[in-house]
Design a protein around this ligand. Structure first.
Ligand code: ASP
Ligand code: MG
Length: 422
């Protein structure tokens, strides 16, 4: 039993959906759970729809809804076997359902509404894929992930109830997957009150890992538009190379530092059961990709480059040049936690404490105001955080160029630099 995850790019148009069939043809005899994300950039569009809905911006709602509908209609039109087929009629009903929801007054919090609406992206895509696979004679069953992924009541970042979730998946889903291929959604779950929740943006990989954990799957394959995990983002560094294998620890570290190919939460459940994760290209399904597993023992000496843009560098020092001591740090961390600000890198010296966080002006303005009451605060916006693993073999100076360096931190393997924006 294996778990496959197809992201938004792999189902971004009719041609892409057809390509998924080509990939699946290679696995005809396998028991598969197929997890799919919303098509193309649908989640972004749905986020705009939520905003318009909550603000009761009728014109905005209509425009965005029409855009989402037309996008999916075009994909369906490209997939239809013959023009007057009714195969996709149930998807039409789902759109009516969403339209009716939009007609009602919004109730509850923004995040609650967000999850009720944004989750449609995955419902549409999984329905379309399931139908198309049937039409292509790939027998499968569509399943609602919300019956299995049980979260707490935190909308937009539902926390998984592992015991409950793994229990239901093992008892109810496993026997189904043993019999036939199953198509389900990434990203979505259900709260204890039976409302839809989501797991955070880009959460479909995480869903795949949760399902794999509950199914005790052989492995998880993430199908992507890249050859595998690369040692740098090829859009930034064309000379980036594909990595054949990584161990879980390095993968978690890379995700932590901001490598976007692996969703940070995905590795942990897989590691705890020793389930390998494979990242492969849906354009070249027979190529080997990257394997993340315990099998990969030796330390890879290839340098990894991770760039994080839109960072803010904040330096906090005492007003009277006294030392920054434990009680100050306790105070600063309490503030960071109360504003829900994650520290990406920090450093302290005798009279100052410096940190780099995501440049979120709304949160930072509030933080700076409070900090300034007790400290001298300096902030530099729009800096870049560069993390290099195995920096000894890296050409650091050509990456930094003549940009100003705000902070530098060197460990045995990892070098982090905070520089002026690129
Ligand atoms: N569709 C969701 C998103 O774009 C989940 C995912 O793609 O993983 O964030
Ligand atoms: Mg997506």
């Amino acid at each position: 039993m294996r778990v496959f995850k197809f992201g938004g790019a792999s189902v971004k148009d009719a041609e892409a959906v057809k390509n998924v069939v080509n990939v699946l043809r290679l696995y005809e005899s396998e028991s598969l759970l197929i997890v799919v994300s919303a098509m193309g950039k649908t989640t972004n569009a749905l986020e705009r729809l939520v905003k318009a809905y909550v603000e009761q911006d009728m014109a905005g709602m209509q425009t965005v809804y029409a855009e989402i509908k037309a996008f999916h209609d075009e994909i369906i039109a490209g997939l239809l076997k013959h023009k007057d087929s009714h195969a996709y009629d149930d998807i039409e009903n789902l759109f009516i359902e969403l339209e009716c929801l939009l007609e009602t007054q919004s109730e509850g919090s923004y995040d609650y509404n967000y999850d009720q609406i944004v989750s449609y992206g995955e419902i549409f895509s999984s329905r379309i894929l399931s139908t198309f696979l049937k039409e292509a004679d790939i027998n499968n069953r569509w399943i609602d992930a919300r019956n299995f992924i049980q979260t707490d009541g935190h909308y937009r970042e539902g926390k998984v109830d592992w015991e409950l979730t793994a229990g239901i998946i093992g008892r109810k889903l496993k026997p189904i997957v043993q019999k036939q291929k199953v198509v389900t959604q990434g990203f979505i779950g259900q709260t204890p009150d039976k409302q839809t929740s989501t797991l955070g943006r880009e959460g479909s990989d995480y869903s795949a890992a949760i399902f794999a954990y509950g199914l005790d799957a052989e492995d998880v394959t993430i199908w992507k538009d890249v050859a595998g995990v690369m040692n740098a983002d090829p859009k930034r560094m064309p000379e980036a190379i594909k990595i054949d294998g990584l161990n879980y620890k390095v993968a978690i570290e890379l995700a932590y530092y901001g490598a976007t190919v692996i969703h940070p939460k995905t590795i942990q459940p897989l590691q705890s059961k020793g389930i390998p994760l494979v990242v492969k290209s849906f354009m070249d399904p027979e190529a080997s990709g990257t394997e993340v597993s315990v099998r990969i023992q030796e330390e890879n000496a290839v340098p990894f480059y991770i760039f994080k843009d839109h960072q803010a560098y904040i330096s906090v020092s005492s007003k009277d040049f006294s030392f920054i001591a434990e009680e100050h740090l306790t105070h600063i961390f309490a503030l960071l936690s109360s504003y829900n600000i994650r520290v990406n890198v920090m450093q302290n010296s005798a009279i100052s404490f410096s940190l780099v966080v995501n440049d979120d002006p709304r949160k930072l303005e509030a933080l700076l105001e409070v900090l300034s009451e007790d400290y001298q605060v300096q902030m530099e916006s729009d800096v870049q955080l560069i993390t290099i693993r195995n920096y000894q073999s890296a050409d650091v100076s050509s990456i930094v160029g003549d940009r100003k360096i705000w902070m530098e931190q060197r460990g045995a393997q990892v070098l982090q630099l905070v520089t002026a924006g690129a």
